[in-house]
Design a protein around this ligand. Sequence first.
Ligand code: CA
Length: 662
Amino acid sequence: MKLKLRNRIVAAICSVCSWFGTSAQVIDYTTYPIYTGTDLGMSYTPQRTAFRVYAPTASRAQLLLYMQGAGGEATNRIDLEKSEDGTWYVQLDGNRAGTYYTVRIEENGKWLNEVPDPYAKSVGVNGKRGMIVNPETTNPANWKNDKSPLFKNPTDAIIYELHVRDASIHKNSGIQAKGKFIGLTETSTKSLEGKSTGLEHLKELGVTHVHLLPFYDYNSIDEAQPEKPQYNWGYDPLNYNVPEGSYATNAEDGIARIREFKQLVKSFHEGGLRVVMDVVYNHTALTQDSYFNQLVPGYYYRQNKDGSFSNGTACGNETASERPMMRKFMIESLKYWVEEYHVDGFRFDLMGVHDIETMNLISDELHKIKPDILLYGEGWTAGPVQIKEADQALKKHASQLNKIAVFSDDIRDGIKGSVFDHAERGFASGLLAMDETIKFGVVASTNHPQLDFSKVKYAKVPYAAEPHHTISYCECHDNHVLWDKLKISMPNTTEEERKQMHQLALSIVLTSQGISFLHAGTEFLRSKQGVENSYNSPDSINAIDWSLKSKNSDVFEYVKGLIAMRKAHPAFRMTSANAIASNLKFDTNTAKGIVSYTINGEAAGDSWNKIWVAYNGSDKQITKSLSKGKWETFVIGNKISQRKANKTISLAPYSCAILYQQ
Ligand code: CA
């Protein structure tokens, strides 16, 4: 979900473009030919380079060659030949690597804009021309031996959501290549206080997957001015199959952005980390002038009845995944990132804009080439879309999605309060009525005999058929970060109290079933100074301040300990809804403010026979008698503390306890 404010601004601009657009038309896409070959775009060999462009409505199509990625005149204009199923084709002899190109079509007697084809594998600075690339020259040393770390079940994933620039741009990151892909390949980097940073920090924390905010080529940063202070999250796609130039050490060199991103992937894999790519196929940064639209006007987008662009993304347009050539583009683009870049998973922005059939085809195709790929998305839209609701990949249809998870806004807002109502609190900040929503989060939105679904914050039904359908989280890049949200919603509390709430919130995330998801820096109380929507805020707001790792080292150690516990104990990541329903029992008649439950660890295949977890969301100390048997503590009062437990246990305000029997 992009933020409401940003959406309104973008939508206002974009609705102007679509209003004055020249090709307002309702498309009957079923009359368009379908090309089934796999050679769309540029295909390189040292002997020749071929181009195939899908442009069924064109009367002519042309390829223009350039010496440079930007500026200068075309050295050649070559007509493409009309070929099968709406495509145009040309083959150039000789080794053309390093040549830049555009394509354009003539329609109704008029040439449309020159664009790189949507399948372009590299581009010139700012992504306005494609580049002929010899893929062999883009590989870092030893690339062919690159291997993803072992990974078994989706519920084993502990995802860490990170922006490439945020990771290293702060002056105290100790990283040389600040803001760049290769900044995240540097080893032994340390903060001023001597704590590990960047890649070393990610390894130390112990997460399994690093989800990087969009790093395909996006539109909002002027790559030609690397020294100019600029920032964007990157939810404004330009070239889907090319890494973003501003993250490369030289955006003018079409090879650097490819090689340097591959270096990042390789370093992550060597460090035991998998890479998840945040993808935004639901809309394009440009609408009328987008590269899709200049080749097949209207085809790749849904239209309203009056022919204007439908806008279910609040970004000016929405793509049409149900149309065969858009569906094909998505599938082939995703496969390309897996095969060429060894990416290990995808997060789908506004997945509800896409149709279920396309998402399941994507899942099938990607699992064929990488059986342990991780797929998840936002099960919502940012406005009405032009396909039937029953066909949309929405949260409420999660059980129809094949091995694709959805973000649980129920647990997110149940823990800390609504992202839209700034004053609203959640269970971890004392809104005790959220207890049933917390339980719903604990069971990963699956069916559980003890739950009263009518009391759950948003969903009134268990939408996840299996725990791998649910992403358990309490914050992400959108909206206030947890630490800021607690301050805004609990203005009359001390920093120490909010620190306990923060740790309770993360305890709930990391003990819940399903797939865990953390936003970068939360493990040491990252703040964005109260900025709710930092998509284009300066580095002073977005950069990760690595001195916080020392300042809040107790929080860091705690989160690291919880991650290690989750990885060592399968009872927290059961693989089926049936196992959760039979092995996890909530305590009944608990004091107000307590959610607690016992897991039959033995039945769940865990080395702990019995596990008892309790969350105290109240501001009171609560004493609880333990059931019979010899209990040991693992966590008490939001601290890792391993010792024998007494017969009764005292639960501090806003705290988590985890006990076990061997
Ligand atoms: Ca760019």
